[in-house]
Write a protein that binds this ligand. Structure first.
Ligand code: AMP
Length: 615
């Protein structure tokens, strides 16, 4: 438990051990702790400065590294050696980044499907290393402010971060010398900060709309008796203020003719900061004007709204999906909490308010609320806050590949975490000694349309007839949202497990596409599933019949043998033709033919076994 004292001389917090909450943002990051006197979360800041630390890193030729405000000026004077939006690179490959991100001023290295690296000042850095430099700077500054070593932290991530991105964040913490006690979802953290001050006996259903610099998340939660339960979450890890800035830059590039110049790329980079400034100013005023290389840059609030309205609309589509998954109606939402710098835009507030049918709650500081929530979670983990409990969910369904390439979902999306689910499987061939366990993430019925996370073989299953081994596969998702898969043959006890550590994560578009595809292809998927099931059943019927005939041939008539063989051929043909109705029809015909002699032979076998015994 944390021991806390106040340094009388300086009035600062002094704590023997402290667990901090860190919001590691795309644009800005910050650290918060629970104030020992008030018991309330506070964002840490040096004197009167802002608590926000820009998520920027500058590498000088001499090997000096500067993080935060000190790196800001280099965005213009030395863009090639100044890294921004490192969070967008977490858990990504070169392909993921090069086809998704806005043009980056620094160099990313193409190394096939390996995790992306950045080349800066003659050295190579992974996204984990870059994020760890930011975390290290945050740790140092926090230690300086509270005059206490900081070694333990809760770090927030977008709810839509997949396994690889969560692992990368955890690794970055470790590299910065932090023991990351928990990774929590940003919107869930925000709800903790919001619900912290609420009367513990009240029950509320809230929507947390979180639009930051690079990512968008929507979460629907209920808060009852201090229990925070996430009902559903949805989002897009490539939607945020950066996209608004890029839309403005494109508009200016076209309007002022920069697009056709030889130095278009340089203009684009330099206009980025102006675009962001214009966007921010237009949150409070109607028009923006500045001068760039003898050109008067102009933007009206009306034009800005026209440029960003389609982007904001895509966030509303996510809200609609989350509401559907939560299975509640818009009227059930008591509050809509706004989080993230981009929710300062009047058009965002208006569009979101219109969708939920009520004015949004923008009373919490959208920049600090996530870090404050992380500090509350840190305090819960330290054992100081006992009357709050967080129940989070997993954003995408997890399952196994079964016969015919079908996705068998063990944990549907929006399952509460931590969670464990298990299901039993068996072999389909006599004497089968191994079983492939292939784990997939996604919403489609066929695994080929989903994302494979891991694959391993459970080997050494003792020889048994098909259908006899009992292989129990269990999925365990821990509180960080990281998956552990275990397979165990129950009769023999042989066992194997893997922690799912994919080489690289899903691209954000892939996550979104998976959800859209699952809706778009629902009918097609259903038909495919029905065909695959019919085919598997047909194949199994052929195998059992063949085995039965082989064993009992002497007890069957010539007619029965010919008729059965014809029916089997017809069934095989229907399987080859992939015609579901025909397969079912031919399977039924084969069953009708084999039923009378199968029953007769079984009866004979029973009477033989019973012969001479008294009942
Ligand atoms: P966050 O990731 O939550 O720190 O949000 C950063 C994003 O919020 C950046 O894209 C900023 O440009 C944007 N932002 C900050 N302040 C404002 C504002 N007043 N109006 C519009 N966007 C803003």
């Amino acid at each position: 438990m944390a021991k806390i004292a106040i340094n009388i001389a300086t009035g600062t917090l002094q704590q023997a051990e402290v667990i901090v909450g860190i919001d590691l943002g795309t644009t800005n990051s910050l650290v918060a702790v629970i104030h020992p006197e008030t018991g309330k979360p506070v964002a840490l800041k040096e004197h009167d400065s802002s608590a926000l630390v820009p998520s920027l890193i500058h590498f000088s030729e001499g090997g000096q590294v500067q993080v935060g405000n000190a790196a800001r000026e280099f965005l213009i004077s030395d863009p090639a050696n100044t890294i921004f939006s490192a969070k967008r690179l977490m858990g990504k490959t070169y392909q993921d980044v090069s086809c998704n991100a806005h043009p980056l001023a620094y160099t990313i290295v193409d190394e096939a499907d390996k995790l992306v690296k950045v080349k800066v000042a003659g050295k190579y850095f992974s996204a984990v290393e870059l994020s760890s430099l930011i975390l290290k700077a945050l740790k140092n500054s926090a230690e300086h402010i509270i005059k206490t070593p900081v070694t333990k932290a809760v770090i927030t991530v977008p709810a839509y971060f997949n396994d690889a991105q969560r692992q990368a964040t955890r690794d970055a913490g470790k590299a910065a010398g932090l023991d990351v006690l928990r990774i929590i979802n940003e919107p869930t953290a925000a709800s903790l900060a919001y619900g912290f001050g609420l009367d513990k006996t009240s029950t509320k259903t809230i929507a947390v709309y979180d639009l930051g610099g690079g990512t968008f998340d929507i979460s629907i939660l209920t808060i009852a008796n201090g229990i925070f339960e996430v009902l559903a979450t949805n989002g897009n890890t490539f939607l945020g203020g950066d996209d608004f800035d890029a839309a403005i830059v494109e508009y200016w590039m076209n309007k002022y003719g920069f697009i056709n110049s030889d130095t278009a790329a340089t203009h684009r980079q330099q206009l980025r900061l102006d675009a962001e400034e214009a966007k921010k100013q237009l949150s409070d005023q109607q028009a923006y004007e500045s001068v760039y290389e003898n050109t008067k840059l102009q933007l009206s609030r009306e034009k800005l709204h026209e440029l960003v309205a389609p982007l904001i609309e895509t966030s509303i589509a996510c809200c609609r999906n989350a509401m559907k998954d939560a299975a509640i109606s818009l009227a059930d939402i008591d509050e809509v909490i706004m989080v993230g710098g981009s929710t300062r835009m009047p058009l965002v507030k208006k569009t979101v308010g219109n969708f939920f049918g009520k004015a949004v709650n923008d009373s919490v500081n959208p920049d600090e609320v996530v870090a404050l929530g992380a500090a509350i979670q840190a305090d819960i983990l330290a054992g100081n806050t006992k009357d709050l409990l967080l129940l989070d969910v997993t954003p995408l369904s997890l399952g196994l590949e079964t016969m015919g390439g079908l996705m068998d979902v063990l944990l549907p999306r929006n399952s509460k975490i931590p969670v464990k689910a298990a299901r039993q499987y068996t072999t389909y061939k006599d004497g089968q000694s191994g079983m492939k366990i292939a784990v997939y993430q996604g919403e489609r019925d066929m695994v080929k349309d989903n994302r494979r996370l891991a694959e391993f073989n459970l080997t050494g299953i003792p020889a048994m007839p098909a259908g006899l081994p009992k292989v129990e596969v269990s999925f365990l998702i821990n509180a960080d949202g990281i998956l552990l898969v275990n397979a165990r043959e129950l009769r023999s006890g042989i066992e194997q497990s893997v922690e799912v550590k994919p080489q690289y994560g899903l691209t954000d578009e892939a996550v979104e596409k998976m959800l859209l595809d699952s809706m778009e292809h629902a009918l097609e998927d259903m038909q495919m599933r029905a065909l695959t099931e019919a085919r598997t059943e047909g194949e199994q019927l052929l195998q059992t019949t063949e085995r039965f005939i082989h064993k009992n041939m002497t007890m069957m008539s010539r007619e029965e043998l010919i008729e059965t063989s014809q029916a089997m051929q017809a069934l095989q043909l229907s399987i080859d033709m992939a015609d579901k109705n025909l397969i079912q029809e031919k399977a039924a015909a084969l069953n009708t033919i084999s039923k009378p002699y199968a029953e007769r032979i079984m009866d004979e076998a029973v009477s033989k076994a019973m012969a001479g015994r008294k009942v």
